[in-house]
Design a binder for this molecule. Sequence first.
Ligand code: ZN
Length: 126
Amino acid sequence: MTMSLGVVLHKMWVGARLRCPHCERGRTFSGLLKVNQTCSECGLRFEHEDGESVGGMYINLALAELTTMGGFFLIHGAYQPPVLPHLIFWIVYNVVFVVLFYRHSRSMWMSVSYLTGGAKHETPPR
Ligand SMILES: [Zn+2]
């Protein structure tokens, strides 16, 4: 597989939609917090090592901080709202973002793992 930027972005998008990075049909989660061990469609094993989900947290926190900082300074510059309520809003936003984005970031990490050869099929892919 050639690793063009287009392929990487596409697979990340597949991950963000909670789909298997290989066949793009199977679901990475079966429920709110339950990770599927393997893909129901092609048999890809999603996570190999304990603690692999930490990578997803990096994606999650990075995006949360980026959007929080960006949003804070954008609104601060445009409207100069009172600092304290504004700050509280973004702290709440940050927590909500991390919770809501949890599955998506973890699934995106599975795509990263797949692209870098970490996620493999234990049996030949169907
Ligand atoms: Zn699959």
